[in-house]
Design a protein. Structure first.
Length: 324
């Protein structure tokens, strides 16, 4: 089943209202300040040197010596991954982001939902989201490196890893050959999902495959200019990671005070067990705050982090209000 956060049209249709706070996606609500863009970013096709500069900035930001290809979001990479190998048996560590299984199934893979890393052994292709969405589970680089020796191709989706770079497998990719592909999202940490930018990292042959499948001009000029600047801004990255860690702890405290148990958390979202997720979602929706429920759990509710003081105040008031 393909279902996602960010569906504010559905929220508005069901609850009405305006000025919604969308906490359903885990996208940073304190975005990177977009710099002035050169006119050529809009009026000309991206040059090879522009793309190379962006990919070099990404490699430096992710601390990797692996090859890097820029794409129109991590979602674009997810759509291409099933075409990197001949179809066979794929294992997706679950529960997790449902687009991985959906994209593999659509391309003819036999997909199994694995409940642990050991259950993935022998798969022709294995997918691990790290940190995991939505329960926040994490696995160390050594563990994932060892797993790569037991599967045909290991895909590690690090869309939520920017605030916790020590978790990333990217710095070790050069020693893993063609056995691993790492996916990175730009829009989540930098709060600029509309830019539609992401990356695939891996061995030269695999990354060349991805580049060929993506075709020419996979990323537009404005995304290249914004991404190149943001990925090189180490001061902003460090300060934002510290702020998000603080805010995630604050959100966990608010949700626990509301009587909900923490299922898991990252620096960009917190998932709680509310007992009745639809009722909890509706309770917050009446304050024009949209959250994420999941088809496989009647209790889990995921919230991204508010951005401004006004957003925090509104969430605190909604959580303090007694459920109807």
């Amino acid at each position: 089943m393909r279902d996602h956060g960010g569906d504010l049209d559905r929220a508005k249709a069901a609850f009405g209202g305006t000025d919604w706070i969308d906490l359903s996606t885990g996208i940073n609500r304190m975005p990177y300040p977009v710099p002035p863009l050169p006119p050529d970013a809009w009026r000309t096709l991206p040059t090879a040197s522009d793309v190379t500069a962006l990919e070099v900035a990404a490699a430096r930001a992710y601390g990797t010596q692996a090859d890097v290809v820029a794409l129109a979001g991590a979602q674009a990479a997810i759509q291409l991954v099933p075409r990197l190998r001949a179809t066979g048996r794929a294992a997706v560590l679950s529960p997790s982001y449902n687009e991985h299984a959906a994209a593999l199934t659509a391309q003819g893979w036999q997909v199994t939902q694995a409940d642990g890393l050991d259950a993935m052994t022998g798969a022709d292709l294995a997918v691990v989201v790290n940190p995991n969405n939505p329960d926040g589970r994490v696995w160390g680089a050594d563990t994932l490196g060892e797993l790569s020796s037991r599967v045909g191709l290991l895909v590690v989706d690090e869309s939520f890893a920017d605030p916790t770079p020590a978790l990333s497998l990217a710095p070790r990719l050069h020693g893993l050959g063609e056995r691993v592909v790492v996916l990175r999202s730009f829009g989540k940490f930098y709060g600029l999902a509309g830019v539609r930018l992401g990356f695939a990292l891996g061995g030269p042959r695999t990354v060349a495959q991805v580049r060929a499948l993506a075709g020419p001009w996979a990323v537009g000029g404005p995304a290249i200019a914004i991404g190149t600047a943001a990925l090189a801004d180490n001061d902003w990255q460090t300060a934002m990671a510290a702020q998000l860690a603080k805010d995630s702890a604050r959100l966990q405290g608010l949700l626990q005070a509301a009587g909900w148990g923490i299922v898991g958390a990252t620096a960009l979202f917190v998932t709680v067990d509310t007992g009745d997720a639809l009722a909890a979602q509706a309770r917050l929706a009446r304050a024009a705050i949209w959250t994420r429920v999941f088809p496989y759990s009647s209790g889990w509710l995921r919230l991204g982090l508010p951005g401004t003081p006004a957003e925090w105040d509104r969430l605190e008031r909604a959580l303090a209000r007694q459920p109807e």
